[in-house]
Design a protein around this ligand. Sequence first.
Ligand code: ADP
Ligand code: MG
Length: 236
Amino acid sequence: MASHPLIAHARQQGRTLLTELESKQVLHDLGIPTALGQLATSDDEAVRLADAMGYPVVLKIASPDIVHKSDVGGVRLHLQHGAEVRQAFHAMQQSVATHAPEARVDGIIVQPMAAPGVEVIVGMSKDATFGPVLMFGLGGVLVEVLKDVAFRIVPLTPHDAAEMIREIQGLPLLTGYRGATPADLQALQDILLKLSAFVAETPEVHEIDLNPIHAYAQGALAVDARVVLEATPAST
Ligand code: ADP
Ligand code: MG
């Protein structure tokens, strides 16, 4: 199968890192729900996009050189109206110029603010022995500090997907801890299986990071995404 046009496009430009927008578009086209956004190159354009999208919105820096956007002041959440968007647009430009002066900046992404959910992460990396493996865990501090994650080798069976979600220590956070509404585990399994199929047929993908995905009582939504390609194109 031919790879996604955005993968070919990045290749042509000699890039291995797909932007957040490109990564989300690729995932969206696989049937994985993502909080897509649009690129603004001026404050007026950002406000226009936000007005059309509806509030609240999120602004994010769009740069091929910045992987961790929050670290450089490149994520602003909960923006409620045009004046806030305009102010955040300029504050973000300044902050990024200070913290990442060398970074090329394509513009600033405007995207809808996703409803809160349980934050989970899904990743794909390549193991020297096993090849592509998928990882599932709870987002934020649980992954960073406690390494509470599960792995399975690609391709995943539906049983693998169901099992890996259920083996993390933090499972109660997804199944209705202290009366909370349980998360839609089927939606998370579906994301794992779609990614597995994609990875199995796209050897030129080196790494995938969906961090975080908001898990809801019904459905789930990837609010950040990163796809990294192999340095040398896979021979086909
Ligand atoms: P980073 O590059 O720093 O990982 P993210 O895009 O993950 O940037 O944004 C940082 C945090 O902001 C996320 O972990 C998530 O909690 C929150 N966030 C990002 N985008 C959205 C969104 N569209 N809706 C709601 N929350 C968001
Ligand atoms: Mg992130």
